[in-house]
Ligand binder design. Structure first.
Ligand SMILES: Nc1ncnc2c1ncn2[C@@H]1O[C@H](COP(=O)(O)OP(=O)(O)OP(=O)(O)O)[C@@H](O)[C@H]1O
Ligand SMILES: [Mg+2]
Length: 397
C-alpha cells in the first residue's frame, strides 16, 4: 500500500488529531489559521484551539482577487493562475505559522482548507436557467499538500451541493457537534462578509436545527468604505458610521430586496449584496452624507439579522452567541441589541470558542468528519440539510 494512504488510514483511526483549519472569507481580509486538537467525532467531538492567527492579505493580492471576485465576466487566465497561486500562498503562510509556533509540519495530521470563494451561484441567483446550485472556491489543495507535506482536505462545498444543498452555510455541522447544549436553546450567529445563523434546540434533535445565510454582514459597510474613503478597508470601530444619522428613505429602499422574503435555508454572497445594491437604493433617495449612508447600512444589517431570527425562531427562550469580524463593530452590535431588546447576546468566547477563529475551527471539524465521521449522525434525516461528510483528499506525494 502507498505510504500516504497508510498515513491517511492511521490518522482516520486516531481518536485525537492535530488539524489545521484554514478560512479565508468573502471579506478578502486574510487567511485565518487555527491549529486545533480535535478528539472524537460527530456529537462527541471536542476541540481545543492550540494556536490561532489571522494573516492579512496584501493590498496587491486583495486587488488581484477583486478582479475575479463575484463578477459575471472575468479573465479566465486570471482564475487559472490565481487558483494555483492562492494554494501555494496558503501553503507558505502555513509553513511560516508553524515555524513561528515552533511546531514541525510532521506534527500536523491534516490541513482543512476552505479556499477562496470567487463566485457563489445558488439557483435563486440564476432562476431561469437550467443549471442547479453552484459555487466556486479557488486555492488548489494539491499545492497545499505538496508544499507543506501535510494531507489536505478541501473543497467542502461541492459535496453539499451534490447532496442537494446550496453549498452554504456549512457552519451547521460543527455548530451542532461542538456547541449544542441540553441546558438552553442557542443561536450561533456569525457576522463575516455575509451573516448566517444556526439554531440549536436544547432537545438536540437535529431535525429541528435551522441553519441559513441571513444576508449582508460586514460586506455592504466594507464595500462603501472602500469606495468612498481612500485607503480604508473597513470602518474601524464604526468611527465614521457613529458620526452619521440613519436615513429612513434609504433604509426602506434597502429593506425591500426579494432575498429577505425567500424561505430558509438559503445562501447568498456579494454577487447580490454589493455596491450596485447600495447605489440602486441610493438612487431612490437624495442628499445623504457618506456618514449617514454608513449609519444606515449598519442599522439595515442589524435589522435584517434581527428580522431573520425573530421570524424563524418560535422558541421563547434562547441565547445568541456571536462570532466573526462584525462583533468588533460596536455600532452594529448596539443596533442588533436594540432590535432584539429581550434577547441575551454573548460572544462564543463565553462557550470557550474564540469568535475570530470559529469558522476556521468548523472546517477542521469537517475535515475530521471527512476521514473519521462514521457516527450515528449520518443515519439521521433532515429535510433541508444534507447529512453527509464533505471534502476532497489531496496527498503530498
Ligand atoms: N474593529 C472593527 N471595527 C469594525 N469592523 C470590524 C472590526 N474588526 C473587524 N471588522 C469587520 O470584520 C470583517 C472581517 O470579518 P471576517 O473575517 O469574519 O469575515 P470573512 O473573512 O468574510 O469571513 P466569513 O466569510 O467566514 O464569514 C472586516 O472586513 C470588517 O468589516
Ligand atoms: Mg476573514
Amino acid at each position: 500500500m502507498k505510504k500516504q494512504i497508510k498515513n491517511l488510514f492511521h490518522f482516520a483511526e486516531l481518536d485525537t488529531k492535530i488539524i489545521l483549519g484554514l478560512m479565508s472569507g468573502t471579506s478578502l481580509d486574510g487567511l485565518d489559521i487555527a491549529l486545533c486538537k480535535i478528539s472524537g467525532n460527530g456529537i462527541n467531538t471536542t476541540c481545543e484551539l492550540l494556536q490561532f492567527e489571522t494573516i492579512p492579505y496584501s493590498n496587491e493580492l486583495k486587488n488581484e482577487l477583486k478582479t475575479i471576485f463575484c463578477k459575471e465576466e472575468v479573465s479566465l487566465e486570471k482564475v487559472c493562475v490565481l487558483n494555483n497561486f492562492i494554494g501555494k500562498h496558503h501553503a507558505q503562510l502555513i509553513n511560516q505559522c508553524l515555524q513561528k509556533w515552533n511546531i514541525k509540519n510532521e506534527e500536523v495530521d491534516l490541513v482543512a482548507s476552505h479556499g477562496q470563494t470567487i463566485y457563489h451561484a445558488p439557483k435563486h441567483k440564476h432562476p431561469n436557467s437550467c443549471y442547479d446550485n453552484a459555487t466556486l472556491q479557488i486555492g488548489d489543495a494539491d499545492q497545499i499538500a505538496v508544499n507543506t507535506g501535510i494531507i489536505t482536505i478541501s473543497d467542502f462545498r461541492q459535496k453539499h451541493i451534490a447532496a442537494g444543498g446550496e453549498g452554504a452555510p456549512l457552519a451547521v455541522y460543527g455548530d451542532y457537534f461542538l456547541l449544542s447544549s441540553e441546558d438552553e436553546n442557542r443561536i450561533l450567529l456569525n457576522i463575516g462578509g455575509i451573516s448566517n445563523f444556526t439554531f440549536l434546540p436544547k432537545n438536540l434533535n437535529f431535525a429541528e436545527v435551522i441553519c441559513t445565510d441571513i444576508g449582508p454582514g460586514n460586506t455592504l459597510m466594507d464595500a462603501y468604505i472602500q469606495q468612498h474613503f481612500e485607503g480604508l478597508q473597513f470602518d474601524e470601530n464604526a468611527a465614521i458610521a457613529l458620526q452619521g444619522k440613519v436615513n429612513d428613505d434609504l433604509l426602506n429602499a434597502l429593506m425591500v430586496h426579494d432575498f429577505f422574503q425567500q424561505n430558509f435555508p438559503k445562501s447568498t454572497g456579494q454577487e447580490i449584496f454589493n455596491l450596485n445594491f447600495i447605489e440602486d437604493a441610493l438612487a431612490k433617495t437624495k442628499g445623504i452624507s457618506e456618514e449617514d449612508v454608513l449609519a444606515t447600512l449598519s442599522l439595515f444589517t442589524a435589522k435584517t439579522i434581527a428580522n431573520a431570527i425573530q421570524q424563524n425562531i418560535f422558541e421563547q427562550d434562547f441565547t445568541i452567541y456571536t462570532s466573526g469580524g462584525g462583533i468588533h463593530n460596536p455600532l452594529l452590535m448596539l443596533n442588533l441589541q436594540n432590535e432584539l431588546p429581550n434577547i441575551k447576546i454573548e460572544s462564543t468566547a463565553t462557550l470557550g470558542i474564540n469568535p475570530n477563529a470559529k469558522e476556521a475551527i468548523l472546517f477542521a471539524v469537517l475535515a475530521n468528519e471527512c476521514i473519521s465521521g462514521d457516527s450515528e449522525f449520518y443515519t439521521s434525516n433532515h429535510k433541508n440539510i444534507p447529512i453527509i461528510t464533505m471534502g476532497k483528499i489531496s496527498l503530498p506525494n
